[in-house]
Write a protein that binds this ligand. Structure first.
Ligand code: ZN
Length: 701
């Protein structure tokens, strides 16, 4: 139920440094925009954030009590007099505020500076989520919904969609089944909740400490060795294979092959003992559940509500890409192998799984002279932020106004109001919480704070979002300087903020992130293209020491060439993850004794690179919980993203084209999930979808 989106399918580097940014002084209060909001019958308000464990518990209890009371009223109405509004729409209205509370508490859990508050928020989240699952099984509510369905209503548009989705949810929960089977379905769901939590906890608790001397770590950047906690009292360096940025520092840079090998084996063995048997049990239970609910496989159950609609479509999409990339993949591996032969002086050197990242980095540096560190001078944080704001204001026809927030959870958190440039109508509010601090969420993501809603009195409550990031904080003599990759992340995450701000659906369920899971990333993935375009970069990127210096065209060209040179290795790896996920979840016999470790390693070996023997990558692959039978969606949505980007590219002002931007706002963002997203995409494209731009992007054509 929490709505949080992040571009990172894997954990990114984090900075464990406290920030000390004072809130901007002299800003007008949020209330200064109230008269403007009233003109448009809009409520422009931020929620009140709970600050103590007691307040959190009280909110959870109050929320559940209010929802229960409303559900009792819904359930007790006369079945002979039911209407769409008193049943389907009312259920949507009852659930929406609970979702808002869950989202707000999710944000508190990840951002409050006090550990006791974060822990209480986490406990409260679990309580609310369990309540939400139990809601599916309230017979009295289901009976009333069915009573309305029994009237065979003639519905159209958003109402028809909401009606179908509500009944589908009940069917998917097993409410249509005879009592005994339904109890069994509920039991399996509960067991799965427990087992999947265990799997994730085993991942969180796995540690892979490896101690090396400075000599053994030759090649690893000094900035990493100097990071807090790395240097040990005995003079050696401790790298933790469970921390992704530690792992990356070693696997991408360590010159010593034995060190890389040890790192790789350790990482691929994390949580193996506990999670391999657990994964086997989870896969069997999912298969069993799917069969009981009338689906051939778990992947068919999961994809039913997505764009692919069934497992076969997802599988076909992935397998065709595997084939399409074969030639380029073989050629890239040959290049990396030659590089290793030259580097080691052994003409017959064999490329091992622990070599891929290392020689990919070497290739980027040597052949394409791409040095991410040197690019930082063009991307001082404040310039990038302001520059990005101007671009999004321009293409979507908006104005962003910073206001003094009524309440913040930490120093330096800023608040902005989004208004329509043409009419002045306030559309939404977003926070920026951009720098690291102790105990804060350590990736980059857009959090939903509140979806916005239409009150019974007709007043529109605006949506509220928060961008939670971890950019390097400024130092005494230097501003915060971003990597090109960070700038890309910012453009992506802010795309999610826009999606929420510009969503205009009638029912809560159809708001922004209610779109299918294999589509939700597409608009943001599309916006990543902006930072690879010189015209866009020239609007804000400049050397902070001499702003007349722009990013040279050759640098952008080499960045693109480097990306292309290793695209097949990168995407075949993505495909191997997607396919091992689909392989596990297209099992048809819950009793079959599947050797999970061997079967998943086989997929990796066939599609990407064979992992070291006796390792079990899948044991540490957290996406198998919560993102199960969904990993393919990353490339599925990227395909749509590149198709949409091609429309901007072909327009007169390219990525800065206001007419195309406006069309995206109206047809994709505003529509949200209130209609089939394929229709929204085609209305934006002005034609049928095409995979050509995507195939070109990943190097298939
Ligand atoms: Zn994202």
């Amino acid at each position: 139920m929490p709505s949080r989106l992040s571009r990172f399918l894997f954990t990114a580097a984090a900075f464990a440094v406290a920030s000390s940014f004072a809130p901007a002084a002299g800003l007008a209060p949020l209330s200064s925009l109230t008269p403007q909001a009233e003109k448009f019958h809009v409520a422009l308000a931020t929620p009140t954030y709970e600050n103590t464990p007691g307040q959190l518990r009280e909110t959870a209890d109050k929320t559940i009590r209010a929802a229960e009371a409303a559900l009792d009223v819904l359930a007790k109405q006369d079945p002979a007099k039911v209407t769409f509004d008193s049943t389907i729409a009312e259920l949507d209205r009852i659930v929406a505020p609970v979702r808002n509370v869950v989202d707000r508490i999710g944000l508190i859990q990840e951002t409050n500076p006090e550990k006791t508050v974060r822990d209480a928020a986490s406990e409260t989240s679990v309580k609310l989520s369990s309540w939400a699952i139990a809601l599916d099984y309230r017979d009295d509510v289901y009976r009333i919904i069915k009573a309305f369905a029994g009237t065979k209503p003639t519905l159209t548009g958003e109402e028809k969609l909401l009606f179908d989705e509500t009944l589908r949810d009940y069917r998917r929960a097993g409410l249509d089944l005879p009592a005994a089977q339904r109890t069994e379905v509920e039991r399996i769901r509960k067991e799965l909740t427990q087992l999947t939590t265990d799997f994730s906890n085993n991942i969180n608790q796995a540690r892979g400490p490896l101690d090396f001397t400075a000599e053994e770590l030759a090649g690893v950047p000094a900035s990493f060795l100097e990071s807090p906690g790395v240097k040990q009292p005995d003079g050696r360096y401790r790298v933790m294979m469970n921390i992704t940025w530690h792992w990356q520092a070693v696997i991408e840079n360590a010159k010593n092959e034995n060190v890389r090998q040890l790192a790789c084996r350790t990482r691929y063995n994390l949580a193996k003992e506990q999670n391999i048997p657990l994964l086997g049990r989870i896969v069997a239970l999912r298969t069993d559940l799917a069969l009981k609910l009338g689906y051939p496989t778990w992947a068919d159950y999961q994809t039913e509500t997505r764009m692919t609609k069934n497992a076969a479509t997802a599988l076909k999409f992935e397998e065709e890409l595997v084939t399409g990339l074969q030639k380029k993949f073989d050629a890239e591996l040959a290049t990396l192998r030659e590089l290793k032969a030259k580097d080691t002086g052994k003409p017959d050197a064999k490329l091992e799984p622990w070599d891929i990242n290392y020689y990919t980095e070497m290739l980027k540096k040597e052949r394409y002279s791409v040095d991410a560190e040197q690019l930082r001078v063009y991307f001082p944080y404040q310039h990038v932020l302001t520059g990005m704001f101007h671009i999004y204001e321009k293409i979507f026809g908006l104005t962003f106004t910073e206001v003094a927030p009524p309440q913040v959870w930490a120093d330096g958190v800023r608040l902005f109001a989004v208004t329509d440039r043409a009419t002045g109508e306030p559309l939404g509010l977003f926070y920026l919480d951009m720098f690291p601090r102790d105990g804060k969420y350590n990736h980059f993501a857009c959090f939903t704070v509140s979806e916005g809603a239409r009150r019974p009195d007709g007043i529109e409550e605006v949506p509220v979002a928060s961008l939670v990031c971890n950019f390097p904080p400024p130092s005494a003599d230097k501003p915060s300087l971003l990597q090109h990759e960070d700038v890309e992340t910012l453009f992506h995450e802010f795309g999610h903020v826009m999606h929420l701000m510009l969503s205009r659906a009638k029912y809560s369920r159809h708001f922004a992130f209610g779109v299918p899971q294999d589509f939700v990333e597409a608009p943001s993935q599309m916006l990543e293209n902006w930072v690879w375009d010189k015209a866009v970069l020239d609007t804000f990127a400049a050397d902070y020491r001499d702003p007349s210096k722009k990013v040279p065209a050759e640098v952008i060209d080499s960045l693109k060439a480097a990306r292309k040179a290793t695209a097949a290795v990168f995407y075949r790896r993505q495909l191997s993850f997607g396919l091992l996920d689909l392989m596990l979840h297209t099992q048809t016999d819950p009793k079959a004794a599947l050797d999970v470790a061997a079967a998943t390693n086989d997929v990796l070996a066939r599609v990407s690179v064979a992992p070291p023997p006796d390792t079990a990558f899948a044991a540490y692959f957290g996406h198998l919980m919560g993102y199960d039978a969904a990993y393919y969606g990353y490339l599925w949505s990227l395909s749509i993203a590149q198709d949409m980007a091609s429309v901007f590219e072909a327009s007169p002002d390219k990525f800065l084209d206001e007419k195309i931007g406006r069309r995206l706002r109206d047809e994709v963002y505003a529509a949200g999930a209130s209609r089939d997203v394929s229709i929204s995409v085609e209305k934006f494209l002005g034609r049928k979808q095409s995979t050509k731009p995507f195939l070109k992007f990943i190097g298939v054509e």
